[in-house]
Structures are given as structure tokens and as C-alpha cells.
Design a protein around this ligand. Sequence first.
Ligand SMILES: [Zn+2]
Length: 204
Amino acid sequence: MQEFLIEMLQCPSCHGELNWKITQHQGDRIEEAEVNCKKCGSAYPVKEGIALFLISDSPRNDLWEQLDSQLIQYLRENPQIESKLMDTPLNTLNPADQFFRAQILEEREEFAQAKATANLAYSKLYAPEYLKCNNAQINYLIAQLSIFEDPIIDLASGRGDLAELLIRKLKQPIVFTDFSLQILRRNRRWLDFFGLYERVSFTF
Ligand SMILES: [Zn+2]
């Protein structure tokens, strides 16, 4: 997360002021920190550059465990299906299967190929009318946001498709938020690969 966020954040539990003990920096980014509320004492960690503002009575260290997705687990148990999905020419797959293939490539961190495959799938998963409307909406949003210089907070970013477009088109810092740590981590690796991570922060 970027340092400017310190000014913007307060305790999600009681709205108290936060005390920041930063243990690892990278340029103007906070990679690791312990954050404590001065009022109610709640603790929030920053790990791997991701700020975890989860209100909970119990510590949730299990959230940081690395797990394979269910898709990867399924394919491991069914190698013949993996072969059908990954070893056949891409244009012989239907768009839904092309999308699954993109997901697998992504989990293997073959990001460039994953993006090309996902783009191909998207172009056929939706009707041309839908894609046209969707593009028009995004262009409208970008035009509206380009007037401002303040950071953009993208609520419930998910895989960050919209936020990624905003980074490519706009100059402001962008904060990705999501309730899944796995997806924020995935987004970090993805954006890093495409050289887009510099203006991005993640909070949970
Ligand atoms: Zn508090």
C-alpha cells in the first residue's frame, strides 16, 4: 500500500485514530506494518503490501495461507480433462473453456498468454451489443474521472478488470479493495507483471 493512505484510514471498528509501526518499506510503499487503534486497541496487519482491515475477535492468520484453487485441484485429479483443456488448439475450444484455460495459465503465472486467452474468450462470451455498451460505459467513466487528481478507491475490485483499465488510462493512484486476500495477491502479481503496480494499493 502507498503511504498517502495513512492519512485516509481510520479504525474500521470504532473510527479511532490509528498508530502505524512500519517495519518494511519499499520506496513510498509500506510492505509490512503493525497497525493499532489508539482508541479500542484493535490490531490490523500489513503484509506483502496488503493492508488487512478485518474486524474480527479472533486472529485470522489462516487467511495468509497459500492454497491452490479448486480448479487446479480438480485438474490434478482429472489429468485427461486438463489435457483436453490445455493441449488442444485454442480455437477449437468454446469461449467458456477458453476462459477456464486462461484461468489455468494465470495460476501458472503465464500472465501474457493468460491475458491474450481471456481477451479472446471475452470477445466471444458476450454479444457485440453488450460489448459495445460496456465499452461506452467504461469510456464515460474514464472521461468523468479524468477531471480529478485524487486517488480512486475501487470497492470490491474482484479480479480488477475495471481497475486495471483505469490504471492504463488515468494518472491517479488507485486503491484496490476486496474481501478475498487470494484475489488481491493474484492482482498484485498480475499488475507487477504488466508493469502497472506502481500506482496501486491494496486493502482488504
Ligand atoms: Zn478502534
